[in-house]
Design a protein around this ligand. Sequence first.
Ligand code: ZN
Ligand code: FE
Length: 253
Amino acid sequence: MFDIIRIPAFKDNYIWLLRKGAVAVVVDPGDARPVLDVLEREGLTLASILVTHHHNDHQGGVASLLSHYPAAVFGPATESITALTQPLHGGETIRLTSLGVDFQVIAVPGHTLGHLAYYGSGCLYCGDTLFGAGCGRLFEGTAEQMHDSLTRLAVLPAETAVYCAHEYTEANLRFALAVEPGNRHLRRRVDEVAVTRAKGLATVPFTIALERATNPFLRCSEAEVIVSAQSRAPQARNALEVFTALRQWKNEF
Ligand code: ZN
Ligand code: FE
């Protein structure tokens, strides 16, 4: 197994650094400086960079990192990724020899069309697809694509630790509570996250089990979620229609 170091960047991004011995892999380095600081402080060599999608807050630091370390760059084949050496479409298994682990690459279109998630050693790196109690905005894909992508992630093992790329949980929970005020798991999470954030701590990672219990976007077949969605979109019946209504509501929330 490897150690995972959380590197805050920008206003609310997280860059994840995976280390084993003196070697490191980073996920979504939007900014190089805080990553270089950790690599230098810990005496690490950067072996690989995993990119989930093309937005600058996820890959803006790649060029600068490569000027310091000759790392392999994994990312979506169909998106414009700086210095991409290992183009991926989803469905592959990649071997990160530096960490001694394999990751499954999962195509999760929706936020962007080529968006990828990386899953291995009980951890999921999902960029801007699944957030704590929420999901990414639909910048390029359709609601149907995002709904399918989230469904693929929701069926991962319950204990999977989810490492998303933004600290959005507290704001997402306000929306989740508006959708599902009767969900006691959700109310408990709201209380726990308020304490965590008041201490200035991170709410990420969280588990797939917790998301299944509290994330409205994974709960589009639950009775209370359907009724709430229908208050905004009376014609919403099936899970996709409920999801579409929730995503639209969240945009305006
Ligand atoms: Zn993004
Ligand atoms: Fe982002």
